[in-house]
Design a protein around this ligand. Structure first.
Ligand SMILES: *Cc1c(COP(=O)(O)O)cnc(C)c1O
Length: 434
């Protein structure tokens, strides 16, 4: 990779942006605050690479925070979007595209019999919880520490003191009356789940989880954990909601539910489903979904839902994934990257551990295994930040936080991974002071 130019145009744009938008961004993590850096502004993307407004190129492992499993500007997706947009952008009536994408989702995701499109993952999880509450006639939900389900009020909850207590708001502006309906327990902690269900099971509408946690690094479910959630929810008459906004069409074509062979009652989808456009979805058992308006009495609506351009992009991306079934190859390449980073860290005496699930991957700069958010908090953040900034300066774009999953796309080549590992080696040396 060549010399990087100074990020003059990015800096100028960022100072303009800070005058007109909170923190200069439209989603907090994009400000790079956690790693003590400033964002680059992107001019374009192609395949595995991004180009910033100063002409610098980066190998991209953020991939729009998940959606772009085929990389940037995949020709099949781009052409589908061009064809769709020439016909008009949105009509506010049903279109053939939304029927086609719905049929595709139902064919691919094992537990989904009926699906409703929304515009983001946040809307998908909020709507799934509303539906679960209506269906069960109960108000409490249980979630896991370190899982992110979008920014709906119900999910902005942190654990109170002690296990199995009702939640406290994790953001100002969220009434405690709302988070008191949300129980939060550690992921992979069967005992805590047992305690929470013993105490609150009869009042529980749903347990919601990321089946593979991608929002505090990458945490895999331990053997039997998802099975326990499935059995316990069924036993107490609560619904099991898989938030597959990140894992859907990413850890396998049918998502984590296919990979681990567990059927949730409801599933939230987003990210990959829209092929880089704002699409979310929630779906599941027909008897539950039939409660959604206008078939049923649970209200949920959206002016731009089922947008035909977004549907065309999502469909085009899923067609390629279905045809090429790239998941084993993606995981192999992700494993090569993770093993390479962990081995390089070892050479500098830096403790590290990592894992993969399909095209999701994660590395923690701490001793493994990392089974929960508390484990993840052991990472050496100062070291990560120094390492991170060196990687970025070397033209490798990882998520700017030690608590985010990385992604791998079908556009990433072995040469990209080799180039990344040589940048990583130099970054680790610099961060370790060697
Ligand atoms: C990204 C994400 C969301 C939120 O989706 P948005 O489209 O950003 O609203 C919800 N759940 C999970 C697991 C996610 O990764």
């Amino acid at each position: 990779m060549g010399e990087m130019s100074p990020q003059e145009r990015s800096q100028e744009l960022f100072s303009r942006a800070r005058r007109v938008s909170p923190g200069g961004v439209h989603s907090p993590v994009r400000a790079f605050g956690a790693v003590g850096a400033e964002p680059f502004f992107t001019a374009s993307g192609a395949g595995s690479r991004l180009r910033d407004v100063d002409g610098n190129e980066y190998i991209d492992y953020v991939l729009s925070w998940g959606p772009l499993v085929l990389g940037h500007a995949h020709p099949h997706v781009t052409e589908a979007v061009e064809r769709a947009v020439r016909k008009g952008t949105h009509y506010g009536t049903p279109t053939p595209e939304e029927v086609e994408l719905a049929e595709k989702v139902i064919a691919l995701v094992p537990s989904v019999e009926v699906v409703r499109f929304v515009n983001s993952g946040t809307e998908a999880t909020m709507s799934a919880v509303r539906l679960a509450r209506a269906f069960t006639g109960r108000d409490l939900i249980l979630k896991f520490e370190g899982c992110y389900h979008g920014h709906g009020d119900s999910f902005m909850a942190k654990a109170g003191s002690g296990l199995a207590t009702l939640g406290l708001p994790s953001s100002p502006g969220v009434p405690k009356e709302i988070t008191q309906l949300t129980l939060t327990v550690p992921f992979n902690d069967s005992t805590a789940v047992g305690e929470a269900i013993a105490e609150y099971g009869g009042r529980l509408a749903a347990v919601i989880t990321e089946p593979v946690v991608g929002n505090s690094g990458l945490i895999l479910p331990q053997a039997g954990f998802l099975e326990l959630l499935r059995e316990e929810t069924r036993r107490v008459g609560a619904l099991l909601i898989f938030d597959e906004v990140m894992t859907g069409f990413r850890v396998a074509l049918g998502g984590a539910q296919e990979r681990f062979a567990i059927e949730p009652d409801l599933t939230a989808l987003g990210k990959v489903i829209g092929g880089g456009f704002p699409v979310g979805a929630y779906g599941g058992r027909r008897d539950i979904m039939s409660r959604v308006a206008p078939e049923g009495d649970v209200y949920q609506a959206g002016t731009l839902s089922g947008n035909p351009v977004a549907m065309a992009a999502g469909l085009a991306q899923l067609e390629i994934l279905e045809r090429e079934d790239p998941y084993a190859a993606l995981e192999e390449r992700a494993t090569k990257l993770v093993d390479g980073i962990v081995a390089a860290a070892g050479r500098f005496g830096v403790p590290a551990s990592g894992g993969t699930a399909g095209s999701m991957w994660g590395v923690y700069f701490c001793e493994g295994p990392v089974r929960s958010f508390d484990d993840a908090l052991r990472v050496n953040r100062e070291f990560f930040n120094a390492y991170y900034r060196e990687c970025l300066a070397g033209g490798v774009f990882f998520a700017p936080s030690p608590f985010e999953a990385g992604f791998m796309s079908t556009a990433h080549s072995d040469a990209d991974v080799d180039e990344t590992l040589s940048v990583v080696g130099r970054a680790l040396a610099a961060a370790a002071g060697r």
